[in-house]
Design a protein around this ligand. Structure first.
Ligand SMILES: [Zn+2]
Ligand SMILES: [Zn+2]
Ligand SMILES: [Zn+2]
Ligand SMILES: [Zn+2]
Ligand SMILES: [Zn+2]
Ligand SMILES: [Zn+2]
Length: 374
């Protein structure tokens, strides 16, 4: 057994406080006792979709954290992690039978809510469930900060940079919907290579105008403009004038604080607003800001729950699954750890990994039978 892989139970217990903070990061930013409906469209909150109440084929609906506990206990829930600007649907017209126990008095629908395939438990450009029973490839799921869908690392069309958890990702489809993002990408995004398909690679030296030349067409007029208006006060125009190019393909990763480098002149504010991207000018919109709020909040669950540091070598989505399933799993983990304590054995990372793998197999079995009646 490799020395550094060995953690004693005591070590695990000592990291308690940190663990608790991690566990609460996703959930404590949201209220686990009160339906968030009265707060209106909440800037960011943990969300769930209920496959028991609003199954595939019907209308999508999302419920808040408190409702997931109190109104949908024992139902099959999709964990959506967090989404922005959402108002709890629990028990509204989209639910034929269920009454919300926490806040029954709701409008029929919340017209400003944005829904996606995620609400039916499907993710990525490949529209697959997660975990996917037919997919044995180990892969990371990364959330696009614009459409908030989760994408497989291998379906992003780009190399995944290191320390990806500190960065924000915008998927290719969202990049293409707002062309000016490519201008920012050439200057601000994390350098990386787009993964070219064979077809594209073959074309790159041909005479047909390629994507980079199209960028030239866009930048040329603004060069002229910025010479005319020597005192340009628009950072985006300045960047366009520089004319730096980037192959417009694949998802883009953005380093921390990149949002603060976006131009917020009146024209750009309007541009962002039209594109539905005003939140990009708001640092407090980020998942990181939300998680920090969770870590600092007073809503932390009392009690000692030693485990989260063991999650370091699991990927982010696995971590989130565990955090979401935390309460269910906590008793089992305690029993598991107790066995080691009784026998005076040390708990190794391998032991813990095995424990989580069993948990996830269990979970997968449940997920494989989504359409059984409860
Ligand atoms: Zn609710
Ligand atoms: Zn339900
Ligand atoms: Zn409810
Ligand atoms: Zn995919
Ligand atoms: Zn996207
Ligand atoms: Zn501007």
């Amino acid at each position: 057994m490799c020395e550094e892989l060995t953690v004693s139970l005591v070590d695990v217990l000592e990291e308690d406080e940190e663990l608790e903070e991690e566990a609460s990061a996703v959930l404590a930013g949201s209220d686990s006792d009160h339906c968030s409906y009265p707060q209106g469209y909440v800037k960011r909150q943990a969300l769930y979709a209920c496959n028991t109440c609003t199954p595939r084929g019907g209308e999508e609906a999302g419920v808040c954290l408190a409702c997931s506990y109190k109104c949908h206990e024992g139902h099959e829930l999709f964990e959506l992690y967090t989404k922005r600007n959402f108002r709890c649907d629990c028990g509204n017209r989209k639910f034929s039978e269920l009454q919300c126990k926490l806040h029954p008095d709701k409008d029929d629908t919340n017209n400003l809510n944005k829904y996606s395939q995620n609400f039916f438990g499907l993710y990525c450009t490949c529209s697959r469930p997660y975990p996917d029973p037919d997919d044995q490839v180990e892969d990371e799921m990364i959330q696009c900060v614009v459409c908030e869908d989760w994408l497989h690392g291998r379906h992003l069309g780009c190399m995944i940079p290191d320390s990806v958890e500190l960065q924000e990702m915008i998927c290719e489809s969202c990049m293409n919907k707002s062309q000016f993002l490519w201008t920012y990408a050439a200057h601000l995004a994390v350098p990386g290579e787009a993964i070219q398909t064979k077809e594209e690679a073959g074309q790159s030296n041909s005479n047909t105008p390629n994507k980079e030349e199209q960028v030239d067409d866009v930048t040329a007029p603004s060069c002229k403009r910025s010479r005319d208006e020597a005192e340009s006060s628009c950072r985006l125009k300045d960047l366009q004038a520089v004319g730096r190019k980037r192959v417009q393909s694949g998802a883009m990763f953005w380093p921390s604080a990149w949002r603060s480098k976006l131009c917020s002149c009146n024209t750009c504010q309007e541009l962002l607003s039209k594109a539905g991207l005003s939140f990009l000018l708001d640092e407090s919109d980020t998942v990181l800001a939300y998680e920090n709020k969770g870590k600092n909040s007073d809503q932390r669950q009392p009690g000692n729950d030693p485990l989260m540091s063991a999650l370091d070598n699991l990927n982010r989505v696995q971590q989130l699954e565990i955090i979401h399933g935390y309460n269910d799993m906590k008793t089992e983990l305690k029993d598991f750890l107790q066995r080691f304590a009784t026998e005076g054995k040390v708990v190794t990372s391998d032991d813990i990994r095995q424990f989580f793998e069993q948990q996830s197999r269990k979970r997968r079995r449940v997920d494989n039978e989504p359409f059984h009646s409860p």
